[in-house]
Design a protein around this ligand. Structure first.
Ligand code: GRF
Length: 188
C-alpha cells in the first residue's frame, strides 16, 4: 500500500509538482492524496487539479487561526493523509497542529540548515561570502526550521551569483532532493 501524502502550498508549488511527478513512478512509496492551500488563487492548485490530484483551498482571512487550521486538518484527514509535506507554505503552523501530526510533517528549506533559518537565505549566504549553498529537507517541529534534517543537497556559489541566480540553481536541486527524501522517509 502506498502511503498517502498531503502537500501544503501557498504559491507556484514547483516542489509540490516535483513530488506529484515522482509519485507517477510505479515503485514510488507514496501517492499524493491532497494538495491544500491557504491561498485559493495559488498557481499550484490549478496545476495539481489538472493532474487529477484532489485539491482544497481555505483562506484564513476573518477567522481565528485554530479554526482555519481545523479546516485544513479535517480536509487532510478526510483524504486519508498520513504524512504532510510543506512546499512553499508561507504560514507558521501552530504548536497544536504540529503536535497533532508530530513527526509526520516535513519541509524543504532553501539553505544548508542549521545555517540561515527563516527568510532571505540566498542573499544571506552571498553576504556571508559562503562558497556553498543548498537546500535541506527537515522534520517540522514547533521551532522554525529546527527539526531533524533528513537530507541536503549542495550548490556551488559562483562569483557572479545574485540571490536570484542562486535561488534558481538551488530550486533545481530542491526538485531532485525533495521527492527522493520524502520517498525514503515514507518507506522506512
Ligand atoms: C522554495 O524555495 C522552498 O525551498 C521554500 O519555498 C520555496 C517554494 O517554492 N520553502 P515552490 O512553491 O515549491 O516553487
Amino acid at each position: 500500500m502506498r502511503r498517502k501524502l498531503g502537500i501544503l502550498i501557498s504559491g507556484r508549488g514547483s516542489n509540490m509538482a516535483a513530488l506529484v511527478e515522482a509519485a507517477k513512478a510505479p515503485d514510488c512509496p507514496y501517492e499524493v492524496a491532497l494538495v491544500a492551500s491557504d491561498k485559493p488563487e495559488a498557481e499550484g492548485l490549478a496545476w495539481a487539479a489538472s493532474q487529477g490530484v484532489a485539491t482544497f483551498a481555505q483562506s484564513p482571512k476573518g477567522m481565528p487561526k485554530a479554526e482555519y487550521e481545523a479546516k485544513i486538518d479535517t480536509a487532510l484527514r478526510e483524504a486519508g493523509v498520513e504524512a504532510i509535506a510543506l512546499a512553499g507554505y508561507m504560514r507558521l503552523l501552530s504548536d497544536d497542529f504540529v503536535q497533532a501530526w508530530r513527526g509526520r510533517i516535513v519541509n524543504i528549506h532553501p539553505s544548508l540548515l542549521p545555517k540561515y533559518k527563516g527568510l532571505d537565505t540566498h542573499r544571506r549566504a552571498l553576504v556571508a561570502g559562503d562558497l556553498v549553498a543548498g537546500c535541506s529537507v527537515h522534520v517540522v517541529t514547533e521551532e522554525l526550521d529546527a527539526g531533524e534534517v533528513l537530507g541536503q543537497a549542495e550548490v556551488r556559489i559562483e562569483a557572479r551569483d545574485t540571490p536570484e541566480t542562486l535561488a534558481e540553481r538551488v530550486l533545481g536541486e530542491e526538485h531532485r532532493l525533495y521527492p527522493r527524501v520524502v520517498a525514503q522517509w515514507l518507506a522506512r
